[in-house]
Design a protein around this ligand. Structure first.
Ligand SMILES: *[C@@H]1O[C@H](CO)[C@@H](O)[C@H](O)[C@H]1NC(C)=O
Ligand SMILES: *[C@@H]1O[C@H](CO)[C@@H](O)[C@H](O)[C@H]1NC(C)=O
Ligand SMILES: *[C@@H]1O[C@H](CO)[C@@H](O)[C@H](O)[C@H]1NC(C)=O
Ligand SMILES: *[C@@H]1O[C@H](CO)[C@@H](O)[C@H](O)[C@H]1NC(C)=O
Ligand SMILES: *[C@@H]1O[C@H](CO)[C@@H](O)[C@H](O)[C@H]1NC(C)=O
Length: 461
């Protein structure tokens, strides 16, 4: 009996230790990912396991919990178009959510990862319960429990009692600590077009304390939605993507908080959500470049919207859409430096290098890098900033500050193609002569440009 009590006590002490003090091993390999369909094959775990991370971070859409209804243009229930009368997504029951989490938790490759790495995470919209949802979602408290169960959060964790799933971890011995802050961009988020709050008051004051707290060599902030890239600025009015860019005041508040926490250099973001991978940076928010490494998704990928022979079109459009924040270099697989097939994020920290070096990559299903950056930790330090105009401040122009002809060139292209096609059909119907087709392309510059420049680098692959 006494031995049993001692064992129970020891287990209790151990659990408290595990829950309150953080892990002291040197952290040098971190993987992260987002957007995993629990019903689809997930072969990417093999590549993640081969990378052998000590920590894996879920950045949301860890399952697809809501119900997606068919794309209906016509009919009684229309889910798309200006005459849409029914929602495209609806929440599912909590038992259905649970069963989807169970599928996700038992994917063989993920089981192997869980056995050897520490798994942490936050959520995005589809695992929160509904596409693009914010604070209004009534199932949020139940779904919070389901996510925390999925992540094996201890029963007595404070994270089970707070409103929202935000949290932080610190790994490593003093001087070589890595702090991982995971934000909740759902639980308190105001409606999308409100320019209201993303994090809500309680999370903001928590985040302030986290950033002003004891320094760490490296601080990784995980946000389900992109922080730096504001894709909507260049894809609107065709389509809009959720991001911090939708909430300019909140985004500035986040940057100001980082710029003001002087003791804490070495901050960068990781994000998911968009179904492609890319690396972006913003050079004019803090005293040093703020990077955002986006990996999305583990199964969901933008190129899958088209059959394989047509996927070069997606790559072309990715290249054609202007981006002021994207980091472009020779190491990218495609000329656009985006990657629209399944991918994960891989962070390697070389603590022995002087100064400490970070190798951050987005990797494909075979574990090969598709875009990446090598950053010396000294580059991420405000006190060492030597402002070299034109070099250190390449990424300072906001997407919305681009000249309109550049900013809207995707929309102009798409509308021109549509218009040109109609013109083409009209002429074709009138005369039946294909000569007129050529004349259409000849006359409309935007159309004739399409086939000339920028054929994606590896379109033949
Ligand atoms: C998930 O995968 C299943 C099986 O392939 C498919 O039927 C379903 O539509 C997918 N869901 C999403 C959100 O992609
Ligand atoms: C992002 O783009 C949207 C849509 O164009 C715009 O309303 C918003 O102000 C932009 N945000 C930033 C930070 O530039
Ligand atoms: C960052 O803080 C410094 C003061 O420490 C200030 O001079 C600078 O303007 C701030 N940068 C931004 C972008 O707010
Ligand atoms: C400042 O950063 C540069 C790299 O951007 C590095 O070469 C240099 O050694 C750093 N200076 C100090 C004092 O760490
Ligand atoms: C051209 O003719 C086809 C079939 O003959 C018809 O379906 C189409 O609507 C016509 N296009 C225009 C623009 O009139």
């Amino acid at each position: 009996m006494e031995r049993l009590v001692a064992a129970v006590l020891a287990a209790g002490v151990l659990q408290v230790l595990l829950a309150t003090t953080d892990d002291h091993y040197l952290l040098s390999r971190i993987a992260f990912g987002s957007c995993a369909n629990q019903s689809a094959p997930q072969p990417i775990w093999d590549a993640i396991n081969k990378f052998d991370p000590q920590v894996f971070i879920w950045l949301g859409d860890n399952i697809y919990g809501d119900i997606r209804r068919p794309f209906n243009f016509l009919g009684k229930e229309r889910t798309i178009g200006p005459w849409k009368n029914a929602p495209r997504f609806i929440p599912s029951s909590s038992s259905e959510m649970l069963s989807r989490y169970n599928s996700a938790k038992n994917v063989p490759g993920y089981l192997r990862l869980r056995a050897k790495a520490k798994v942490v995470g936050t959520w995005d919209d589809h695992d929160y319960g509904l596409n693009d949802a914010g604070k209004e979602l009534s199932a949020k408290t139940t779904n919070q429990r389901l996510l925390l169960d999925f992540l094996d959060e201890p029963q007595d964790s404070p994270r089970r009692k707070q409103a929202g799933v935000y949290t932080s971890y610190t790994f490593g011995p003093p001087g070589k600590q890595v702090k991982i802050i995971l934000l909740d961009t759902r639980y308190h988020r105001d409606p999308l077009s409100s320019d209201g709050s993303v994090l809500g008051d309680s999370q903001w004051s928590w985040l302030g304390k986290e950033l002003r707290g004891p320094p760490s060599a490296i601080t990784i902030i995980g946000s389900s939605i992109q922080v730096i890239s504001n894709l909507s600025g260049t894809t609107g009015p065709l389509f809009y993507m959720e991001s911090w860019g939708h909430f300019p005041k909140e985004r500035d508040r986040l940057f100001k908080l980082i710029n003001d926490s002087k003791k804490r250099d070495g901050v960068f973001f990781i994000s998911g959500d968009v179904h492609f991978g890319e690396i972006t940076r913003y050079d004019c928010a803090a005293g040093y470049p703020l990077y955002d490494i986006t990996s999305s998704g583990l199964t969901q990928a933008v190129e899958k919207v088209l059959p394989s022979p047509l996927r070069f079109i997606v790559r072309f459009l990715a290249w054609f859409t202007p981006s002021t924040m994207r980091v472009k270099n020779q190491n990218c697989r495609y000329r656009s430096c985006t990657y629209g097939e399944p991918n994960f994020g891989a962070i390697q920290i070389d603590w022995d290098a002087s100064p400490v070096n970070l190798k951050i990559q987005v990797r494909d299903i075979n574990g090969l890098p598709v875009t990446g950056v090598d950053i010396s930790l000294s580059e991420l330090q405000a006190w060492n900033r030597t402002i070299k105009a034109g070099q250190d401040q390449r990424h300072c122009t906001l997407e919305v500050e681009l000249p309109w002809i550049v900013r809207y060139r995707l929309a102009i292209l798409v509308y021109s193609v549509l218009a040109c096609k109609q013109f083409l059909m009209l002429l074709d119907n009138r005369t039946g002569e294909y000569v007129l087709v050529a004349s259409c392309f000849g006359r409309t510059n935007l159309c004739s440009d399409i086939s000339l420049p920028g054929v994606p680098q590896k379109m033949q692959d």
